[in-house]
Design a protein around this ligand. Structure first.
Ligand code: GLA
Length: 368
């Protein structure tokens, strides 16, 4: 072998060993021996996201503050092992069904399906081993975009149909993290995909989010019962602490004795977005006074779950050893409404063979 040929072979072996893309690295290994990679996506304007093939988790998301200084605005863990503990779903892709399905049961085409129950009697976020705990196959298309695919087999966590899912993360030139979801099935099924990033625009681990001001473009929300299942009513937000049609600080009304806030231990509700059509429309806007960071959420979905990390209790330490207490982040999980499979009046979540599930959400950052 000539020296040149030797170099070419050595380079090929090194490329395979290190992964074919220079923007990926080894993140960890699951207890069953699966390898987990982490990919870095960035644009030229200072936004950088890292995405794990485990759960498609957004591990970090750096955006500039009003002085141009970058800060990581999502909660998570430095080490892969952090994601193996009982999950608050930090940054993960949620599937097959974002939020709760009552009693883990639904009827479709006259057949009753029983799902894995992991939230009292209910099934939450896809069940015991949802999409947040699966290894996704990664295909980077550029330094700004990553395609993840996962085939969920017929019967997975009780759901019917072989479901072929693609989630594409893109860091756009206008400083957004764009998430495109698509899926097809070979049997009638139900589906509701979302992302469960926990944001703190002051920087992850920088205290609570009570001073963040939130606007949500919703005249109505879906009130819940004691088990956090929607009652079926679409209630007007007027006169309630869930009226975010004008900006309000998260902390302003969060401790009010409103029945819905007591049930949720804070905000943990699905808002019915005011929509004009089926395209990407503004759902919510959040501003943080000290850093000037602004987050706008645009979506094609009919709803958004506004959750104020009420279940974080400070026991967990995250990135940089930061303590994550209650209300140390907020989530804006774009979605169809919780328990839609059992609520015929809610927008349908049924996907049929030959149909194409398509959903897009954009988390766009700026400063003021
Ligand atoms: C969603 C739910 C919450 C909680 C979190 C994860 O937002 O609505 O009740 O389960 O996920 O902890």
């Amino acid at each position: 072998m000539t020296l040149r040929a030797f170099h070419a072979v050595a380079l090929a072996i090194l490329t395979i060993a290190c992964g074919s893309n220079s923007n990926s690295r080894h993140f960890g290994t699951t207890p069953s021996g699966e390898t987990v990679e982490i990919y870095t996506l960035r644009n030229a304007k200072g936004i950088e996201a890292t995405i794990s093939t485990y759960g498609g988790v957004v591990v970090s998301l750096k955006t500039p503050d009003r002085t141009g200084a970058p800060g990581d605005v999502v909660l998570g863990f430095d080490k892969f092992e952090g994601y193996l503990k009982p999950p608050p779903y930090f940054g993960a892709i949620i599937g097959r069904y974002g939020n709760r399905i009552a009693h883990g049961k639904f009827l479709l085409d006259g057949v009753e399906y029983s799902l894995a129950r992991n939230n009292g009697e209910n099934s939450l976020h896809g069940g015991i081993r949802g999409f947040d705990k699966r290894i996704w196959t990664a295909k980077p298309s550029s330094n700004q975009s990553l395609e993840l695919t996962y085939l969920s087999k017929d019967g997975d966590e009780g759901y019917p149909g072989n479901l072929s899912t693609t989630v594409t993360y893109t860091v756009t030139d206008d400083n957004a993290l764009r998430i495109d979801y698509s899926a097809t099935t070979d049997k009638d099924t139900v589906l509701n995909l979302t992302n469960h990033s926990y944001f703190n625009l002051a920087g992850q681990g920088e205290g609570d989010v009570l001073e963040h001001a939130v606007t949500i473009r919703a005249d109505r929300f879906t009130p819940v019962d004691m088990t956090m299942i929607p009652t079926g009513e679409l209630r007007n937000v007027e006169g309630t602490p869930l009226d975010f049609r004008q900006p309000h600080r998260i902390g302003e009304r969060i401790n009010s004795l409103d029945e819905q806030l007591v049930l949720g231990r804070g905000y943990d509700h699905n808002f019915v977005l005011n929509r004009n059509g089926s395209g990407l429309e503004l759902a919510a806007r959040v501003t943080e006074p000290t850093t000037g960071r602004v987050l706008e959420v645009l979506t094609t979905e009919p709803g958004v779950q506004f959750y104020t990390a009420n279940f974080l209790d400070g026991a967990m330490r995250g990135k940089g050893g930061k303590v994550y207490g209650p209300r140390s982040a907020f989530c804006l999980e774009t979605q169809h409404f919780p328990d839609s499979p059992n609520k015929p009046d809610f927008p349908s979540v049924v996907l049929k063979p030959g149909g194409h599930y398509q959903s897009t959400t954009v988390y766009r950052f700026s400063t003021n």
